[in-house]
Design a protein around this ligand. Structure first.
Ligand SMILES: [Zn+2]
Length: 109
């Protein structure tokens, strides 16, 4: 599996008030080598519009800081591809060989 000192992937994030952009970059010898996956999630309520809507959240500084202390990213789950044994995202076609569920789902050059 992955060595914490020598990661194979890097997750990049772009956090905005109305959207969140992300990209998973594959590393080869510690250098960015390929864009594995990327996406964006836009939310309707920005900083001001959402105020007053939905769940109330305490503005107490100690509670706010305690809440923010637990903002964490969960590590990307990767499992070995049954076809080529390289690590891949579960329930997605393998980025290396293109196989999914025992057949070639996407063509990889
Ligand atoms: Zn594969």
């Amino acid at each position: 599996m992955e060595d914490a000192q020598n990661p194979q992937y890097v997750l990049g994030l772009d956090l905005g008030t109305n959207s969140l952009g992300w990209a998973v970059i594959g590393l080869v010898d510690g250098e960015p080598a390929q864009l594995v996956r990327a996406g964006v999630r836009a939310f309707e309520a920005g900083m001001d519009e959402g105020r007053g809507l939905g769940r109330e959240e305490s503005r107490n500084k100690a509670r706010r800081d305690a809440r923010r202390a637990n903002w964490k990213l969960s590590p990307l789950t990767l499992t070995p591809c049954p076809q080529c044994k390289k690590l891949r995202v579960p329930h997605h076609a393998c980025q290396n060989c293109g196989y999914y569920d025992g057949r070639e789902a996407v063509h990889v050059d």
